[in-house]
Design a protein around this ligand. Structure first.
Ligand code: AVI
Length: 321
């Protein structure tokens, strides 16, 4: 399962608590989207990907399937395929027959989980060398010498780039570009990007009729309770998920159903008035041109794009400039 990485992953426990408290005490309270992904949160996200309203996963998969040979031509044979946030490695594995990489380098926070996923893949694709790396790639992308420097092709599907602000996204893309070193013309990035579209479609994708996204958002409170020894009650809060057209982003919030007082360790306390919100996630949407411009700013050159017939989602391949 692919999870979005966030710059704050992997920090020490007291740093996590400090960051969480700072967000909860801010005038406009917020939490990092990484707190959506405890064990239950990850399962709920997998369920979201199956929802009729949540189009990105299905649409991206259809683009990869339909344009596999063109995408493979852009990536080139014998690549070192570096999968950022690989999870169970399933998205990359579906591309192996078309891409035929020389080496596959899945990267994720938990190397143990990666090893388990890769063990099965090794049997299926014995000709591909597989090197698992456990690291927080959103904070740094220094790859070990076991990853060849030529023909590095980074893979970042799922529109996870949207969970960064545009400035964070630019910095992240620059880090990827830097990890291509001089950038031979065989180095590149294959990335999935969600596009701006009819607001009703966007709103439904993040506020589905079964309430799975609501459960995913509310579950963050259980996670925060464990991390901070806090006393949030999910029943005091309601899910809000909507498109903010001025900011080009989906916003997810938790909104207090009534006046609520929350306590946490060491005497921490926050009073929320009825209707007050905690901002839990943003998911930025791009235009094709806007994202290509961001890639150029980050130091990428030739860009190729593939979209679905409804133009809801885009897969891009960008070469190192
Ligand atoms: C992981 N990420 C790309 C998802 C998104 O669409 O921004 C997370 C998500 N949040 C609510 N639904 C899905």
């Amino acid at each position: 399962m692919q999870q979005p990485a966030h710059p704050e992953n992997c920090v020490a426990e007291d740093e996590i608590q400090h960051q969480l408290v700072a967000g909860l005490l801010a005038t406009h309270a917020y939490t990092s989207p990484k707190y959506l992904y405890d064990v239950l949160g990850s399962r709920l996200f997998a369920a979201i990907c199956e929802l009729p309203e949540y189009y990105p996963t299905r649409t991206e998969a259809a683009i990869f399937k339909k344009h596999a040979s063109q995408i493979a031509a852009a990536v080139g044979r014998d690549a070192i395929l570096i999968d950022l946030g690989a999870g169970n490695c399933s998205k990359a594995a579906r591309l192996f027959p078309a891409l035929q990489p020389r080496q596959y380098v899945p990267i994720d926070i938990s190397v143990q989980f990666l090893q388990e996923s890769v063990n099965a893949l090794r049997q299926q694709f014995p000709q591909i060398e597989m090197t698992c790396l456990g690291m927080d790639f959103s904070a740094e992308l220094e790859l070990p010498s076991s990853v060849a420097e030529q023909r590095r092709q980074f893979f970042y599907p799922g529109s996870s780039i949207g969970n960064f602000s545009p400035l964070e996204a630019l910095m992240f893309l620059r880090r990827i570009r830097k990890a291509m070193h001089g950038g031979d013309s065989h180095s590149g990035l294959l990335i999935g990007v969600d596009l701006i579209k009819d607001h009703a479609i966007l709103n439904a994708a993040y506020d589905d009729s079964l309430g799975v996204t609501a459960a995913f958002n509310l579950n963050l409170l259980h996670h925060v309770n464990r991390l901070l020894d806090a006393d949030f009650r999910p029943s005091d809060w309601r899910h809000r998920g909507f498109y903010n057209a001025d900011q080009h982003r989906i916003e997810m919030h938790l909104e207090a159903r009534d006046d609520v007082i929350v306590h946490w360790q060491n005497g921490g306390i926050r009073r929320f008035a009825r209707g007050e919100r905690i901002h839990t996630e943003s998911s930025y949407k791009y235009t094709e041109q806007g994202f290509i411009e961001l890639l150029h700013q980050a130091g990428f050159g030739q860009v190729q794009t593939w979209r679905d017939p409804r133009k809801w989602f885009m897969v891009c391949h960008a070469q190192a400039a």
